[in-house]
Design a protein around this ligand. Structure first.
Ligand SMILES: *Cc1c(COP(=O)(O)O)cnc(C)c1O
Length: 402
C-alpha cells in the first residue's frame, strides 16, 4: 500500500521533536549533531531566539497578503539586499527552483525586449543542480531526474563543469545566458576557481550574454562571504537565492541588475505566496544576524578550524577519507567507502550529514557553530571512521596507511 506521503524520498527512520542550535533531539531524548541543517537552510541553527521572536511577533499581526498590495517587510528586505549586493531589484519566491524559474524567464525576456527573442538558450554545466521543476531539471541535465517525465524543456546546452573553452564553443547566435553554481552542492561540493568565474564574466561581457549565478546553496554566508561570487570580485546579472535566506522558513529570491530585469514589467510574472509578510519577517531577521559586523569573518574562522580538524581526520583515517573539498562551511569529504556507509556510521555516532555526487559526504553546519560543535563533530566523525575501519579487512586499512 502506498504511503500517504508520496514515496519520492527514502527517509531515515528518525523522528525529531525539537532542535536547538546545531542539535536535534528525538522524542526519547537522543541528540544528534546536525550538519545537514536542512540542506544548508538552517544557517543560524534551530530555534534561534531572534528568528523565533521575529516569527512569533509577525504571526500575531499579519501572515499573508496578496502581492497586489504593498508588503512592508518585502520592501525592507529588498532595500537591504540591494544595498548589500550587486542587485537593483528582486522577485521573492518560496523556493530555490522558483527563483531559478524567474531567472530563466528574466534572461529570455531580456533578449526579447532587446528584439532578439531567439536568444533564449542558456549554457549550463555538468553536475549542476537547479531544482526539480520541469525547467530546472532540464537546466540541471541529470538524466536520473528527467527520465520518464516526457520531452525535456528546450533551451539548455550543457558543457563540462569549469571548461571555459567548451563554453566558448557552445555559444551560438541563439545563446542568451550562462547559468552556473559558483560552488556545486549536490554535484559533489565542486567549486569553480575564482579565475574561471572571472573568465565566465568576461565571456558574457564580450558576447552580450547574461551571467546567471545559482547561489541557492552557496549563498547567504555559506562560503564565508555574503555571496560566493564576491570571492572572485565579479558580479552576476541575475542571481537565484533561497535556502539560507529564510533560515528555515521557505523563502527564495531572484536578484537582478536593472538592465537584466528590463523585460519584467507588470503582469509578466507572479506568485501568490512569494514574499508574504511572515516569510519577509523571518528573512529580515536572518539578515539582522548575518549582515552584522564580523559575522562573515566568524564564518571564515570557523571554516578554517573545521578544515584543520578534517585534515587531521583524513590523516587518521586514510582508508576512509580520500579528500577534503569545498569552501567556507560548504565542505565535502570524498570517501573511499560508499558515502552512504559513512553517513550511516556518522548517524550511529549521533551526527547527521547529507551525501552529494562523486561519492562525497557534505558537511553543512549552521554558520554560527562554535568550538564545542567542531569538537563534537570531530569526535563523532573519528568514531564513525573507526567503525568503518573495524568492518574492513585489516589489510585494506594498513594498505591505505602505508
Ligand atoms: C536546493 C537547490 C536548488 C533548488 O531549491 P529548492 O528550494 O529545493 O527548489 C537550486 N539550486 C541549488 C544550487 C540548490 O542547492
Amino acid at each position: 500500500m502506498i504511503d500517504p506521503i508520496l514515496p519520492t524520498y527514502n527517509r531515515v527512520n528518525l523522528v525529531f521533536e525539537r532542535g536547538e542550535g546545531a542539535w536535534l533531539f528525538t522524542r526519547d531524548g537522543e541528540r544528534y549533531l546536525d550538519f545537514t541543517a536542512g540542506i544548508a537552510v538552517n544557517v543560524l541553527g534551530h530555534a534561534h531566539p531572534h528568528l523565533v521572536a521575529a516569527l512569533t511577533e509577525q504571526a500575531g499581526k499579519l501572515w499573508h497578503l496578496s502581492n497586489v498590495f504593498r508588503i512592508e517587510g518585502g520592501e525592507r528586505l529588498a532595500a537591504r539586499l540591494t544595498q548589500a549586493t550587486f542587485a537593483d531589484t528582486m522577485f521573492f519566491t518560496n523556493s530555490g527552483a522558483e527563483a531559478l524559474e524567474c531567472a530563466i524567464k528574466m534572461a529570455r525576456k531580456y533578449h526579447a525586449a532587446n528584439g532578439a527573442p531567439e536568444r533564449y538558450r542558456i549554457i549550463t554545466f555538468e553536475g549542476a543542480f537547479h531544482g526539480r521543476t520541469l525547467a530546472t531539471i532540464a537546466a540541471g541535465g541529470n538524466p536520473k531526474y528527467m527520465e520518464g517525465f516526457g520531452p525535456a524543456m528546450d533551451g539548455f546546452d550543457q558543457v563540462p563543469f569549469g571548461d571555459i573553452e567548451a563554453v566558448k564553443a557552445a555559444i551560438g547566435p541563439r545563446t542568451g545566458a550562462i547559468l552556473v553554481e559558483p560552488v556545486q552542492g549536490e554535484g559533489g561540493v565542486r567549486a569553480l576557481s575564482w579565475s574561471q568565474l572571472r573568465a565566465l564574466r568576461a565571456l558574457c561581457d564580450e558576447t552580450g550574454l547574461l551571467l546567471i549565478l545559482d547561489e541557492v546553496q552557496c549563498g547567504v554566508g555559506r562560503t564565508g562571504k555574503f555571496f560566493a561570487h564576491e570571492w572572485a570580485g565579479i558580479t552576476p546579472d541575475i542571481m537565484a537565492v533561497a535556502k539560507g535566506i529564510g533560515g528555515g522558513f521557505p523563502v527564495g529570491a531572484c536578484l537582478a541588475k536593472e538592465e537584466a530585469a528590463k523585460g519584467m514589467t507588470a503582469g509578466t510574472h507572479g506568485s501568490t505566496y512569494g514574499g508574504n509578510p511572515l516569510a519577509m519577517s523571518v528573512a529580515n531577521a536572518v539578515l539582522d544576524v548575518v549582515l552584522a559586523e564580523g559575522f562573515m569573518e566568524q564564518v571564515q574562522a570557523t571554516s578554517a578550524r573545521l578544515k584543520q580538524k578534517l585534515a587531521e581526520l583524513k590523516d587518521r583515517h586514510p582508508a576512509v577519507i580520500a579528500e577534503i573539498r569545498g569552501e567556507g562551511l560548504l565542505l565535502g569529504l570524498r570517501t573511499h567507502v560508499p558515502n552512504t556507509d559513512l553517513v550511516a556510521a556518522m548517524r550511529a555516532e549521533g551526527m547527521l550529514a547529507p551525501t552529494a555526487s562523486e561519492n562525497v559526504v557534505r558537511l553543512l553546519p549552521p554558520l554560527n557553530i562554535g568550538d564545542a560543535e567542531i569538537d563534537a563533530a570531530f569526535t563523532r566523525l573519528d568514531a564513525a571512521c573507526a567503525r568503518l575501519e573495524n568492518a574492513m579487512k585489516p589489510e585494506a586499512v594498513k594498505g591505505a596507511a602505508a
